[in-house]
Design a protein around this ligand. Sequence first.
Ligand code: PMT
Length: 220
Amino acid sequence: SPAPELAGLRVLISAGPTYEDIDPVRYVGNRSSGKMGYALAAAAARLGASVVLVSGPVHLATPAGVERIDVRSAAQMRQAVLGALPADIYIGAAAVSDYTPRQVAPQKLKKNADSQSLVVELVRTPDILAEVATQTQALKLVVGFAAETHDVEKYARGKLVDKRLDLVIANQVGQGTGGFESDDNAATAYWQDGEQVFPATSKIELAGQLLALIAQRLKA
Ligand code: PMT
């Protein structure tokens, strides 16, 4: 039988949310379950790739044959991703927090008797995907996700160009099924001179279809 599609390639995947600590007991997070990224890791391993999965905090088992690195914050995810390079393919499926508290309080913040509000100042996190895309060493394909509530194609194509990606997988979030937390998802993939629609199906099935497209784009 022929060699599997991704044999001999190293595939680096980010998955899950990041948690940005406010104090020892509270954080800023998001609804990502990690299911999409873990399904991609499992599919890439099945296609013969050597897979490294950098994972935010999730409740999922590590897929067979996958090397997993656990992280918590965006800063830790950036370090782990850059540390796992070089890779042939990077897939950014993680929902990396765009903002993190300017400082982590060393002790639990106490309610202030004089005030009904609390202001936590947030600062931008580094854009891991954009940084990976500037690393030319060995990388053959850089794939980003775009989670959008509206104007999906406009924002997805914007990310393709601005972050210099080879492929963007756009999924609609914030309405109906699919996107965050769900077992199912639908997506549209955009590249410079094409696009492909993936109708709603299980994330496991979708991951296989997306990896087939990735293998095809690799040859293009
Ligand atoms: O985990 P699940 O519950 O299965 O849900 C799957 C998913 C909806 C989280 C996934 O399919 C998805 O869309 N992941 C990307 C979510 C996201 O943060 O999208 P974004 O449009 O904000 O970011 C665009 C891209 O930049 C993503 O590839 C993201 O990983 C990357 N990014 C963003 C910010 C940042 N600081 N660093 C990054 O690398």
